[in-house]
Structures are given as C-alpha cells and as structure tokens.
Design a protein around this ligand. Structure first.
Ligand SMILES: NC(=O)c1ccc[n+]([C@@H]2O[C@H](COP(=O)([O-])OP(=O)(O)OC[C@H]3O[C@@H](n4cnc5c(N)ncnc54)[C@H](O)[C@@H]3O)[C@@H](O)[C@H]2O)c1
Length: 347
C-alpha cells in the first residue's frame, strides 16, 4: 500500500460541501496531511464555525451552481476534487424535489465539467448506499446489486451523480471514484429537521425530550463513524486501484434503532424515554448492512471505530459545542412540536 497520507503534501484539493458533517472532517484530515484545501459551501445546511480553522484551509462561501464562483475556485487548479455538496437528504428532497434535482443533478454535472476543463487528476463523488440498492436487496449489500425502484428524489439524484461520473470516466477519461457512504455519524454533524437520526436523538436526549422512533424500532442501520469514512476518502483520493470504481464505505455492522435510542438516553441521562411515531412512506428499508469487502480489497479500507466509542466521541462533541449547536439547530418552529410531528431522519 502506498503512503496515502504523504501523497497529499502540498496538493491543492477542492472540497465542495466542506462545511458539512463529513466535509468538515475530511477538510481537517486533508489539512493535517499537508494539503492546501479550498472549501466551497453555501452553508445551506451547515455553519461557518464547522469549517476547521487550520493553516492551508481557504473557505469560499457560495453555491455549486454559481459559475462565477466555480471559475474562481478552479482557477486555483485543484489536483483533486471531493464533491460532497448535496441537497440532504430523503425527506428534504420529498419536500423540495426541484431544488434537489438542481443541486444534486446539475451541481454534480457542473463540477464534473469544470474538473475536465481544468485538468483535475481525481474526482471523488460522495455516493450513497441508500440510493443504489433499493429495499429488496439481499444482505450484506454488495456493489454489483442495484435497483431502479428508489423511494425518494434524493436517492434518484444521488444515483444520477454516479451515472454522470461513469459518463465522464468513459468519455473524457476523468479519474472518478464513487464511494458509497452508509449512515455516517460523528462530531461535526449538527441536529436539524432534515438531519440524521443520531444527531437528532442526541439533541433531544440532551434537552430531556422523548426520542421519536419511526416504525417499530427493530429497523437496523449500518452506522459508520465519520473518521472511518474520512480514512476511506483519503485512500480513494490518491490510490490508483480506486479509479473508475464504486465501493461501500460502511461499518458492516447492524444496529437497531431501538437499541440506539436506549444507548443515547442512557449516555445523556435522559429519563424521558422513547415514543413511537408512524414510519415515513419513503423509508422502505427495514435493514441495512453493507459488505465492505470490495473497499478492503481495492484500497485497504478497514473501519476501526466500535459503535459505542464513536457514540461517546459524538456526545462529547455535542457537550463541548452545545453553546453553538443549540441555537443553530434547524427545526420547524417549536422543538417539542417538531419532536411530535417530525420523525427523526434516518438516511
Ligand atoms: N451523512 C450520511 O450518512 C451520508 C450517506 C450517504 C451519502 N452521503 C453524502 O455525503 C455527502 C456529505 O454528506 P453530509 O452528511 O456531510 O451532509 P451535509 O449536509 O452535512 O453536507 C453537505 C454540505 O453541502 C453544502 N451544500 C448544500 N447545497 C450546496 C450548494 N448548492 N452549493 C454549495 N454547498 C452546498 C451544505 O451547506 C453542507 O455543508 C453528501 O453528498 C451526501 O449526499 C452522506
């Protein structure tokens, strides 16, 4: 295996969505490896303070659809592009399908076009496990299986991004990589109406509210610590064996939503318990567990953070940054009514 971290020294890297949950952690990893990082983010679902203040990190606020801005950031001649900016996620896309198509479809196409025009050496696209395999796939989910019966506009446009990447790979020879993330969690992801189940559960538990479970609670997800995803991304950005490939970045372990809620209530000392609310119509996957064999073979990916440990780091981050997280949480007016009406997002 090559020294993949050493390969970033003095490289210019563009991270779209670099203020977000995964992008902020990736930006830190890149800067620590010696890269010069340009973060392009419109802060539509993140906060400026989440961008790491490190030497070598340049923050550019704006939309991936804004061609003037794209010209400006590509003039910096990035060698590697990580395209993580996206309209996130399932429920948001059901509520706003046209914006979802614009950002995830057109936004990805523009980034690919500018990457070809400016001679980018590697384009890493943030794909999504929940957007490829549908609800009838056998477990563990393997890369060769796919479904055209997807259950939200977000899933359609995230798959579209992979298809565009394939076109740019075959037609223009752009060195694309398409890691498929599964249920990322960890420091850097603030709670909100359209956010994932873990930050929302922690937020509500810290506020002493009951945790809303959408469905029976026996549903499972393959929760993957963000540090493991970032390690997979850093490998994907420089290893030759990744080029043209799609592979899962997951933990390979299933956790039920009920046990997740119990763990978080116990860790936060929340006596308010749980409450059951109806399953969301687009939430058609009772279980998620991915195979990580292909990522292991191609790039030596090996998720190493046990779930209980990752959860502790995440709760620690909430406690440390509560003064910023609490006022910034984006929910429909009235958190307690939001808890009643808005089921926790579990993408
Ligand atoms: N979090 C997960 O579990 C998960 C799972 C599968 C795939 N993904 C993909 O990984 C990527 C990162 O996910 P995340 O959890 O960090 O999400 P996130 O919402 O925290 O990060 C996305 C970032 O993109 C920014 N953004 C949105 N629209 C933009 C636009 N038009 N122009 C510029 N910036 C824009 C947001 O402000 C945000 O900072 C996304 O592409 C997502 O689809 C995430």
């Amino acid at each position: 295996m090559i020294d993949y971290l050493g390969a970033y020294a003095d490289k210019t890297v563009l991270v779209s969505g670099g203020a977000g949950a995964i992008g902020s952690n990736l930006t830190r990893g890149l800067a620590q490896a010696g890269a010069r990082v340009i973060v392009l983010d419109d802060l539509s679902s993140s906060e400026r303070w989440n961008v790491p203040s490190l030497p070598g990190v340049l923050f550019v606020e704006g939309d991936v659809l804004d061609e003037v801005l794209l010209k400006r950031v590509f003039l910096e001649r990035p060698a590697i592009v990580y395209h993580l900016a996206a309209f996130f996620a399932n429920q948001n896309s059901v509520d706003h399908p046209e914006r979802d198509l614009l950002v995830n479809g057109m936004g990805t196409l523009r980034l690919l076009e500018y990457s070809v025009l400016s001679g980018v050496q590697r384009f890493v696209y943030a794909s999504s496990g929940c957007s490829i395999y549908g609800s009838a796939a056998p477990l563990p989910l393997r890369e060769e299986y796919m479904s055209l019966h997807l259950s939200s506009p977000y899933q359609i446009t995230k798959m579209l991004g992979e298809l565009y990447c394939n076109f740019f790979y075959h037609h223009y020879g752009l060195a694309v990589v398409k890691p498929r993330f599964f249920n990322s969690y960890g420091p850097g992801e603030a709670p909100g109406q359209y956010r994932n189940v873990i930050p929302n559960f922690i937020y509500w538990a810290m506020k002493g509210l009951p945790l809303p479970i959408t469905g029976t609670g026996e549903e499972t997800r393959d929760f993957t610590y963000v540090g493991d995803i970032v390690d997979g991304l850093l490998r994907a950005g420089v290893m030759e064996s990744a080029v043209g490939q799609e592979f899962n970045l997951a933990s390979g372990v299933e956790t039920t939503i009920l046990s997740l809620a119990q763990m978080i209530n116990a860790a936060a000392g929340n006596a308010a318990g749980i409450r059951f609310v109806p399953r969301r119509k687009w939430d058609t996957k009772p279980r998620l567990r991915a195979s990580v064999e292909r990522a292991q073979e191609l790039i030596g990916y090996c998720p190493s953070t046990p779930f209980t440990e990752g959860l502790q780091y995440t709760i620690g981050w909430f406690r440390e940054h509560w003064d910023r997280i609490e006022p910034a949480a984006r929910f429909a007016p009235g958190v307690s009514s939001a808890v009643r009406q808005m089921p926790a997002a579990a993408t």
